[in-house]
Design a protein around this ligand. Structure first.
Ligand SMILES: NC(=O)c1ccc[n+]([C@@H]2O[C@H](COP(=O)([O-])OP(=O)(O)OC[C@H]3O[C@@H](n4cnc5c(N)ncnc54)[C@H](OP(=O)(O)O)[C@@H]3O)[C@@H](O)[C@H]2O)c1
Length: 321
């Protein structure tokens, strides 16, 4: 396992396990098996709807003596319907209760989009539609939400706070007013979306970066948001490099992410992929191989609310230009 070291000495283990779309019934055992295989970083979100099941997996791994709570890094995310400052703490507490934890390691603002509040007893998680029509964005300054996030650190509900799905301009703005600086940015990054400027800016500002959807299209194929021809894992350049190392294209994509200084958080619900995605420490890509993979950049984003919002619920939610 490797880790990103923060200036305060805390360490974010890499790679992490993504938990989006792991079915509820498989989640406890996948989380348990991941911890057994050596994972110590779990990427969660209220919106994934499975935090209770992640919590069961964490509890069973701790009960089995595989790790202690302190060995784990658990990330949660504030959903769009809880951006108004008065809802931020309750949203974090709900996540903690579902995960069965007293404190998160990191809590992120999931998207820079505020939606109308939906009470827990009406629908949880409410997604983008709360079960009916798509909700329209409401006006909540991001700085107000950020201040409420800072209060979570003050109250000891999370050790660190961070951001997700924002670019350099908005991150610069947050850094200008943050009393507690964002420790981390989580964004889509893979060889078809290298995000060079954003990564460089974060490195200059000492903001850690987790790379979501590190395999590109594969996460989006079942959702009809990508096509087979866009599959990174079938790219001939990755295939050739994988062959040279006796590895898989998935392992090459994860090594590329790690050697660029990002922390990938691959999702899997397959025990074989779980082990494969963690078996990354016995090989190293050369500088030429990293450059050849980075040259595949197409600025291709699969997770774009402007696109999926319009397709799925006929609402245009642009956040990227
Ligand atoms: N902040 C955000 O807005 C945001 C957005 C998206 C994702 N995320 C986070 O990032 C995590 C990862 O992103 P993601 O889930 O979108 O996509 P991903 O991890 O890039 O890809 C997951 C897909 O790859 C497959 N896969 C996993 N390991 C594989 C392997 N070794 N060989 C071949 N296929 C493999 C999985 O299938 P199997 O399950 O069958 O292995 C699944 O279809 C998420 O789970 C979530 O925690 C955050």
């Amino acid at each position: 396992m490797s880790a990103h070291l923060f200036p305060d000495g805390s360490a974010l283990p890499s790679p992490g396990l993504g938990t989006w779309k792991i079915p509820d019934e498989l989640t406890p055992q996948i989380v348990h098996q991941a911890i057994e295989a050596g994972y110590r970083h779990l990427d969660c979100a209220a919106d994934y709807g499975n935090e209770k099941f992640v919590g069961k997996g964490i509890a069973s791994a701790i009960d089995a003596g595989l790790c202690t709570r302190d060995d784990l890094w658990v990330t949660g995310k504030l959903w769009n319907t809880y951006h108004e400052p008065q809802h931020v703490r309750a949203a974090c507490e709900r996540t903690l209760a579902d995960l069965g934890l007293e404190q998160l390691d990191l809590f992120l603002i999931h998207f820079p989009i505020a939606l109308e509040f939906v009470p827990f007893d009406k629908m949880y998680p409410p997604g983008w539609t709360a079960g009916a029509e798509a909700m329209s964005p409401i006006k909540v300054p991001y700085s107000d939400t950020w201040r409420a996030m800072e209060e979570l650190v003050d109250a000891g509900l999370t050790k660190k706070i961070g951001v997700s799905n924002i670019g350099t301009a908005m991150l610069r703005e947050v850094l200008s007013y943050a009393r507690i600086k964002p420790a981390l940015l989580q964004v889509e990054i893979h060889p078809y979306l290298c995000q060079n400027n954003l990564l460089r800016f974060c490195q200059e500002q000492d903001v850690a970066v987790t790379a979501f959807s590190p395999f590109g299209a594969d996460s989006y194929l079942p959702l009809g948001m990508a096509t087979e021809s866009e599959r990174l894992l079938a790219n001939p350049v990755l295939e050739e490099i994988a062959k040279a190392h006796g590895r898989t294209t998935a392992q090459v994509a994860l090594r590329w992410a790690m050697q660029r200084g990002t922390i990938p958080i691959p999702k899997t619900q397959s025990p074989e992929h779980l082990c494969e995605n963690f078996d990354l420490f016995e090989f190293t890509l050369t500088g030429e191989e990293i450059a050849a993979i980075s040259a595949l950049d197409q600025h291709k984003r699969f997770n774009d609310p402007a696109v999926f919002g319009e397709q799925a619920f006929n609402t245009f939610f642009p956040i990227f230009d």
